[in-house]
Design a protein around this ligand. Structure first.
Ligand SMILES: [Fe+2]
Length: 199
């Protein structure tokens, strides 16, 4: 399956600053993603992206909203159009005249697959958060107390266990980390702090 988008330009620069309002974004999620587990994953990535933008990047609410939106919608077409994943949601958001930075961020969440290199901080962080957020949720689900009492060390240990959540690419996580100056432990701790409250 070739998911390469074969493009480096996204959207129309005149749409800079345009977003979908929350009700429209959540309606799109409901309509396109019947799988509740996938919906939750997308909400989790959106939630940690927004919190990170506000607390770690010191960005204003309007910019943090863009981080949320990109995270929330990054897998919107995965369930219905697996063989055109990323292409369909980007074209949809292009039609809805969404800010090119958000489109580019969504396209950056898998450089190996979509052929788009993360450039902005938002691009790089979605790449790092996507796999790690999913991995940590998988790790929480196998614990009797779920997120409660979970620590960074236990996540690091599970990451070193190839058979655990084997579908999560450790190479992608390494690659994402190599593009940012934030240590893995820091990102894991942040996800552990924010993710349990996201539903
Ligand atoms: Fe994802």
């Amino acid at each position: 399956m070739n998911l390469n988008l074969n493009r480096t330009e996204f959207g129309d620069p005149r749409n800079a600053g345009n977003v979908l309002p929350p009700d429209e974004a959540l309606a799109l999620l409901q309509e396109w993603v019947p799988n509740e587990r996938l919906q939750l994953h997308m909400k989790q990535v959106g939630g940690v992206m927004r919190a990170w933008a506000l607390e770690r990047e010191g960005l204003p609410e309007a910019e943090a909203y863009q981080w949320w939106l990109a995270g929330l919608l990054h897998d919107a077409d995965w369930e219905k159009y697996p063989d055109q994943h990323c292409r369909v949601i980007i074209e949809e958001l292009e039609q809805r005249q969404v800010d090119p930075a958000i489109l580019r961020c969504i396209a950056s969440h898998g450089p190996k697959y979509f052929g788009v290199e993360p450039v902005s901080r938002m691009d790089k962080m979605i790449y790092a958060f996507d796999e790690l957020s999913g991995f940590i949720h998988a790790a929480a689900l196998v614990r009797p107390t779920r997120y409660e009492g979970m620590d960074v060390k236990s996540v690091l240990k599970k990451l070193k266990t190839p058979s655990f959540a084997a579908q999560v690419s450790r190479d992608d996580i390494q690659d994402a980390l190599s593009r940012i100056d934030t240590p893995l432990e820091d990102i894991i701790a942040f996800i552990l702090e924010k993710q349990p409250a996201i539903s």
